[in-house]
Design a protein around this ligand. Structure first.
Ligand code: HEC
Length: 136
């Protein structure tokens, strides 16, 4: 009996680890990582001025309360959150592949809300805007 429950416990443990590390479910303190296939996704929106400006408009409207006007993670709502919003100008965010940012915007990770309701084009424009902040 004892052996069985130990084995079951170990199986459950490894299932949880697998979920935590590959599912982006925010299990325990596992890092929020996009699945490899999502990371590799190609950005279909060219990084034009128009795309960056379109992304900026959406960000000012929908993301600034948490991420701040300049994307530094210091919006007016940030202080009340249990987790600090990402600083889009940081090396950590700038080093993320476009596909990874797109996936994170799409799926969210509480308290970061999911944005799959935004048209895909808008989400890629947001990615282009976020990436433009690293070059300033
Ligand atoms: C309610 C507050 C809130 C709003 C609104 C919000 N975010 Fe976030 N965002 C967060 C928090 C908190 C995190 C950190 C989540 C984590 O690390 O688990 C985050 C993380 C992110 C990340 C991940 C960065 C990384 O590399 O890990 C991206 C990208 C992002 N947000 C983009 C956006 C965009 C684009 C919008 C608007 C369309 C938006 N967020 C709106 C709170 C918010």
């Amino acid at each position: 009996m004892m052996r069985l429950s130990t084995a079951a416990g170990a199986a459950l443990m490894s299932a949880m680890l697998a979920l935590g590390f590959t599912g982006g479910l925010g299990w325990a303190q596992a890092k929020w990582e996009a699945p490899a296939a999502e990371k590799a996704k190609k950005n279909p929106a060219a990084k034009t001025k128009e795309s960056v400006e379109a992304g900026e408009r959406i960000a000012k409207q929908s993301c600034a309360p948490c991420h701040g006007d300049k994307g530094r993670g210091d919006g007016p709502a940030a202080a009340a959150l249990p987790k600090k919003p990402a600083d889009w100008t940081s090396k950590a965010v700038q080093d993320e592949p476009d596909g990874s940012l797109f996936w994170k915007i799409t799926t969210g990770n509480p308290p970061m809300p999911p944005w799959q309701s935004l048209p895909e084009k808008d989400r890629w424009n947001l990615v282009n805007y976020i990436k433009s902040l690293g070059k300033k």
